[in-house]
Design a protein around this ligand. Structure first.
Ligand SMILES: Nc1ncnc2c1ncn2[C@@H]1O[C@H](COP(=O)(O)OP(=O)(O)O)[C@@H](O)[C@H]1O
Ligand SMILES: [Mg+2]
Length: 239
């Protein structure tokens, strides 16, 4: 589903070049749930952006669902991204002039619903996703009226609206208290196990990482460990 081959990323700042990623290789299979871990500054967000085609590697290739994205023209890339990937930014990136519900609906308004045969409008799914992350009573709120953790959950709901085969999320529980973190975990596991969504989460949270079947750890732009593990069992709230 995701093949990362020889990825390097350098950035020039002033007169010096900083090597952020120094040669990364891994493959993530369809339906896998992988946690990417590592200290702050190790290159996790940079890597996730490259997986989504939001940024270009200095060298190496990323292949999504059989298509090498590095050589795609911008319009083809945008189309593939829209159909294939839901992305949760570390900084949420909600549209300030849209309500929570409208933010979740936005990808649907822009792309239609290519992955949902017969689903005439995305509204029901948008409300369902917001409910699943505990935001029933916040659907008509604007981002400025929401806490950081609530905005984070809206961003997460938005990533899943089109039932993308792959969801990439950067620290999706970074701002959540225990109860809301548990809601988000329920949703992620449900979507992974029931809908078969391939999940790649960047996380600092060692507990969240125990629910993944795969744990990839970065240090200074390199993979220092890549292990499969038996995922911890999670009992959904209210079950
Ligand atoms: N646009 C940029 N210009 C210069 N350095 C950057 C830029 N983006 C990230 N970096 C540097 O690259 C390293 C990795 O960053 P990042 O991928 O955000 O790490 P992480 O998400 O693991 O904290 C850090 O040292 C960061 O300062
Ligand atoms: Mg980061």
């Amino acid at each position: 589903m995701i093949v990362v081959s020889g990825i390097r990323k350098s950035l020039r700042t002033g007169s010096t070049t900083v090597e952020i990623l120094k040669g990364i290789d891994f493959t993530i299979a369809r339906g896998e749930f992988a946690a990417i871990m590592g200290a702050s500054g190790s290159g996790k967000s940079t890597l996730l952006g490259l997986l989504a085609g939001l940024d270009n590697p200095t060298s190496g290739t990323v292949t999504l669902n059989g298509t090498a994205i590095s050589n795609l023209a911008e319009d083809k890339l945008a189309q593939l991204r829209g159909r294939t990937i839901g992305f949760v930014f570390q900084s949420y990136q909600l549209i300030p002039t849209l309500t929570a519900l409208e933010n979740v609906m936005l990808p649907y308004e822009l792309n239609g619903s290519p992955n949902v045969a017969g689903e005439a409008n995305g509204m029901a799914r948008a409300r369902q996703l917001l409910s699943a992350v505990g935001l029933d009573s916040r659907v008509d709120h604007y981002p400025v009226q929401l806490s950081g953790g609530e905005q984070q959950r809206v961003a997460l709901a938005r990533a899943f609206i089109l039932r993308p085969p792959i969801v990439l999320a950067d620290e999706p529980t970074g701002n959540l208290d225990t109860a809301n973190g548990s809601h988000v975990l329920d949703l992620l596991l449900h979507l992974n196990r029931v809908e078969g969504t391939t999940l790649v989460l960047v996380t600092h949270d060692p507990v969240l990482a125990t629910y993944a079947g795969r744990r990839i750890t970065l240090r200074d732009g390199l993979v220092i460990s890549d292990e499969t593990q038996v995922p911890a069992q999670h009992t959904p709230a209210g079950a």
